[in-house]
Design a binder for this molecule. Structure first.
Ligand SMILES: [Zn+2]
Length: 81
């Protein structure tokens, strides 16, 4: 993340990984596509635990990482992590 403690687009929100991948209102269509794809991989709504790769299922962890990378690429935010 960048040095500012606040999201560059949402001044009242902290600039955290959780805000970026779970709550970020910018690029809504990409965000919805990410959550839809993640939900298709597992039976629950994605949480930060899923993004931290805590799963012992390496195939699931790799797919989650790939989807997250695609989201960050599509929204030009890969440089923020
Ligand atoms: Zn924001």
């Amino acid at each position: 993340m960048i040095d500012s403690p606040q999201c560059p687009w949402c001044p009242t929100q902290p600039d955290t990984p959780e805000h970026l991948v779970l709550h970020w209102p910018c690029h809504h269509s990409h965000h919805v596509a990410l959550l839809h794809s993640l939900t298709a991989l597992q039976p629950h709504r994605p949480t930060m635990t899923d993004f931290r790769g805590s799963s012992t299922n390496l195939n699931l962890a790799f797919k989650t990482l790939n989807l997250t990378r695609n989201f960050l690429n599509n929204t030009n935010q890969l440089h923020r992590i």
